[in-house]
Design a protein around this ligand. Structure first.
Ligand code: AR6
Length: 173
C-alpha cells in the first residue's frame, strides 16, 4: 500500500528520532563530507566498523549508485542507518532513474528491517551537485509511487530553508 505519511522538517538528520535515517554515502562506504560526515561524527565508530565489514564481505568493489545497505545507528537516536549512494549529477546524461532507485531501495530495506518511520536527507543535492528543485521532484514522486507494508511515515529532513521550500513546493502539488 502507499506510504500514508510524507512530511518535511528543516534540521539536522542526525538528531531525528525515527527508526531509520538515510545516509547519502559514497560507494566506498567509508565516510565522507556532508551528511555522511555528520552521521559518522555523531554516531560514533560502530557505524564505520559495520560499513567496513559490509565492504569486506559483500561490496569489495564498492556499493553501486542507486543501491542501499543498512547498519545499526551507533550512538544516534535512530535504530538503523540505511546507506545509499546517490548519482553524481550530470548535464549530459539523465541519471534520474538512479536517484529514484536510491529511494525505492531504501524503502525496500526499511520494510525488511521493520522500520515504520524513515528520515531521508536530500540525496545528491550537496557534493554530488543535483539541483534541488529536480531532486525534490524525483524524491517526493518516487516515495509517493512506492508501496510499503511496514513503513508508515517518511520524513524528509532538509538542511536549510531553501531546500525545505523546494521540497514543500513538490509536496504541495
Ligand atoms: N542533516 C540533513 N541534511 C544535511 C546534513 C545534515 N546533518 N548535512 C548536509 N545535509 P551531501 P550528496 C544536506 O553533500 O550530494 C559525501 O562526502 C546538504 O545540504 O551530504 O549525496 C559522501 O561521502 C544537501 O542538501 O550528499 C559522498 O561522497 C544534502 O544533505 C557525497 O558527499 C546532501 O548533501 C555525497 O554527496
Amino acid at each position: 500500500m502507499p506510504i500514508p505519511w510524507i512530511t518535511l522538517q528543516e534540521g539536522d538528520i542526525t538528531q531525528v528520532a525515527v527508526d531509520a535515517i538515510v545516509n547519502a554515502a559514497n560507494s566506498s562506504l567509508l565516510g565522507g563530507g556532508g551528511v555522511d560526515g555528520a552521521i559518522h561524527r555523531a554516531g560514533g565508530p560502530r557505524i564505520l566498523e559495520e560499513c567496513r565489514a559490509l565492504r569486506a564481505s559483500q561490496y569489495g568493489k564498492g556499493l553501486p549508485p542507486g543501491q542501499a545497505v543498512a547498519t545499526t545507528a551507533g550512538d544516534l537516536p535512530a535504530r538503523w542507518v540505511i546507506h545509499t549512494v546517490g548519482p553524481v549529477h550530470s548535464t549530459t546524461e539523465d541519471r534520474s532513474d538512479l536517484l529514484a532507485a536510491c529511494h525505492r531501495n531504501v524503502l525496500r530495506i526499511a520494510d525488511e528491517l521493520g522500520a515504520r518511520t524513515v528520515a531521508f536527507p536530500a540525496i545528491s543535492t550537496g557534493i554530488y551537485g543535483w539541483p534541488l528543485a529536480d531532486a525534490a521532484r524525483i524524491a517526493i514522486g518516487t516515495v509517493r509511487e512506492t508501496d510499503a507494508s511496514v513503513v508508515r511515515d517518511v520524513r524528509f529532513v532538509l538542511f536549510g530553508e531553501t531546500a525545505f521550500n523546494h521540497f514543500k513546493t513538490h509536496l504541495d502539488r
